[in-house]
Design a protein around this ligand. Structure first.
Ligand code: GLA
Length: 636
């Protein structure tokens, strides 16, 4: 007990210099000052969302070499590899123990016979095989000393064996050693870093009290942002990044953050890794799909090339998404494509029926997901049962998905306005599942079956004849500072009954912080953008005291109508709007208060690589002061 307490204090003390450092650097810099820099993550190799296979959904910890190589072989043989599925990821369950005292990790030899090379334990033969097949290899670890299965699958026969110290197979205290082992010695290309070790091993936890595991003070709390220690979590990812740079200097790696939407990761995950989980685990149930989809669908401005939202792996192949549920399986795939989610199949591909392989292999839907512009879809219509999502593609076309969440068929009206196309010019649609073509002018009525997602590529005449609305290009807009001072759970996420503990307890509470974040074509709280009564169907909604970074793709002019949004409850404080190009002030508004009409700003952004939009106020309570960048457009 005394030992545990000493350890607990040691870890707390270890955090103190860190916290001071974070506080000091914060005081020294003005977060709204222009940086002329894109601050979201661009290290690693994720210019488009990663695609591949992961062992977790099909096998949990019951993994072995045959299962992994069998799925890899099918990915190649079925033609999926050629369509972009490249990463073969070993999730939790591979580790036997950590050697004491040298700290070397040992792979389960019975499950991975090729890892036994003389006296050594190495994944090199397996990664060599995967690489020889033209694939990439991924591994799993944890921010803490222990993993998620050790916390939540205590009955599993597949857990690490040995003494308390030998069973500590997570990264905590071993970041440099393990990252070097995974990337330099074993030659992996991908790492998923889970967070259970920083969540589930508090001193009062039964597993800790019984002496099975050492205590590590929880700094991640899925249910409470205020109980999470965000700088402590970020600090570990900083160290992991430094180790990746050292051990994979060619930059050919991919870092997957798995803290399930906790600790306000929506706001900062995009600065620390290539993909970042937005919610707890997906399950093969329709309700859980809704929860995971909702956790990402209003985060369109928080995903970009190099830093994608991750609503978790695909569960096509099981339960509500098996071969008896092709409508649901196609919906799952279409929606993940529109969200720019990683397309990681989680099925046992050795036995996956052709009908489901055909879903994974739909090249037109894959092309939507892999579109080089990297724009996550934006909600163009949003009710509880029907949503219309529109994704701007690089060649000027739109992808549009009409999603029926419920149990009754819906006749949905898709309009040219939803697509930001002119209503007096024809729009052509290509159905990406049936391949049927059609066209309409102004509007068309689509029948959408229960749980169906109809997905099309649309071609038409743009409402904005020249250039782009910023809200059409979320992949190029980064809310570097989104003004959120008090992170709050997003109440619009469907809270499915989760099932780890049946329906014991009080049910799912609103969990994933994100409410009040920056939005495309919407205020931070989901209303129509409106300044002094004038609505803006296109624009960016964000809180005051915020800074947006915009990548400029050869535009010469930025034009926008700025003002405090009518939804603001703060009617007293003024906001000044500023536009910078590569750090130079290009345009500024007068101080604007609630109720004042919008002010038009235009800025000559020719030649500027990074344009920044700053909304500054003396107000402290930004949550009361949403502002609108109405009709913001980058034009030639
Ligand atoms: C967590 C993650 C899952 C999976 C398991 C492994 O629950 O969210 O995706 O990696 O851990 O134990």
């Amino acid at each position: 007990m005394q030992k545990q307490q000493t350890l607990r204090w040691q870890s707390r003390l270890a955090l103190i210099p860190l916290l001071f450092a974070a506080a000091a650097s914060h005081a020294a810099t003005d977060p709204l000052a222009p940086t002329a820099h894109w601050s979201a993550y661009t290290a690693g190799r994720a210019p488009t969302p990663p695609m591949g296979w992961s062992s977790w959904n099909a096998f949990a910890t019951d993994i072995d070499e045959a299962k992994i190589l069998g799925s890899a072989q099918r990915i190649v043989d079925s033609g999926l590899a050629a369509k972009g599925y490249r990463y073969i990821n070993i999730d939790d369950g591979w580790a036997l123990r950590r050697q004491v005292p040298d700290g070397h990790l040992v792979i389960r030899p019975d499950r991975f016979p090729s890892s036994v090379q003389g006296g050594a334990s190495t994944f090199r033969p397996l990664t060599d095989k995967l690489h020889a097949m033209g694939l990439k290899a991924g591994i799993y670890s944890d921010l803490g000393r222990n993993t998620c299965s050790q916390a939540y699958s205590s009955q599993s026969a597949d857990l690490p064996k040995g003494s308390v110290l030998e069973r500590e197979i997570g990264l905590y205290g071993h970041i440099d050693q393990d990252i070097a082992l995974f990337f330099k010695d074993w030659n992996f290309d991908f790492i998923k870093v889970d967070g259970c070790g920083l969540r589930a091993y508090g001193a009062s936890d039964q597993r800790v009290r019984s002496g099975e595991y050492r205590a590590l003070p929880p700094v991640l709390d899925l249910e409470s942002v205020s109980r999470s220690n965000i700088p402590a979590v970020q600090q570990e990812f900083t160290q992991i990044n430094a180790a990746l740079q050292r051990n994979k200097p060619d930059g050919d790696f991919l870092l997957s953050l798995c803290v399930w939407g906790a600790a306000d990761v929506r706001q900062w995950g995009k600065n620390f890794g290539n993909i970042s989980r937005t919610s707890d685990d997906i399950r093969p149930s329709w309700n859980r799909l809704l929860s995971n989809f909702d956790s990402a669908v209003r985060r369109e401005l928080y995903g970009h090339p190099g830093s994608w939202n991750d609503p978790d792996m695909l569960f096509i192949g099981a339960g509500d998404f098996d071969a008896g549920h092709l409508v649901e399986a196609r919906s799952h795939f279409s929606l993940w494509a529109m969200l720019n989610a990683p397309l990681m199949t989680g099925a046992d591909l050795r036995t996956t029926p052709q009908a489901l392989l055909d879903i994974f292999g739909n090249a037109d839907v894959i092309a939507v997901n892999q579109d080089p512009a990297g724009n996550q879809a934006v909600l163009a219509y949003d009710a509880d049962d029907l949503q219309i999502l529109v994704k701007q593609l690089a060649n000027g076309d739109k992808a549009v998905a009409v999603f029926n969440r419920g149990f009754t068929p819906i006749d949905a009206d898709l309009t040219a306005e939803h697509l930001k196309f002119r209503k007096d010019a024809p729009v052509t649609l290509t159905d990406l599942w049936t391949k049927a073509g059609s066209s309409f002018t102004s509007e068309t009525r689509l029948r959408v079956a229960p749980r169906e997602t109809r997905i099309f590529r649309a071609h038409g005449s743009r409402m904005l004849a020249q250039g782009w609305y910023l809200s059409e290009q979320p992949g190029s807009v980064n809310p570097a500072v989104d003004g959120v001072t008090t992170p709050q759970a997003d109440p619009t996420v469907f809270r499915s009954s989760f099932g780890w503990s049946g329906t014991k307890g009080a049910g799912e509470r609103p969990m994933y912080a994100g409410w009040g974040g920056a939005r495309a074509d919407s205020t931070p709280y989901g209303q129509t953008l409106r300044i002094a009564g004038a609505p803006y169907p296109a624009g960016i909604g964000i809180l005051a005291n915020s800074r947006l970074e915009v990548r400029n793709h050869d535009a010469r002019q930025l034009s926008v109508q700025v003002g405090i949004d009518d939804s603001a409850r703060d009617h007293a404080h003024a906001v000044t709007f500023m536009i910078y190009g590569d750090g130079k002030l290009l345009a500024t508004s007068k101080p604007l208060r609630w109720g004042q009409s919008a002010q038009a700003l235009t800025a000559n952004v020719a030649g500027a690589k990074i344009v920044e939009l700053v909304a500054r106020s003396d107000a402290k309570d930004n949550e009361q002061l949403p502002v609108s960048w109405g009709g913001a457009a980058m034009q030639p």
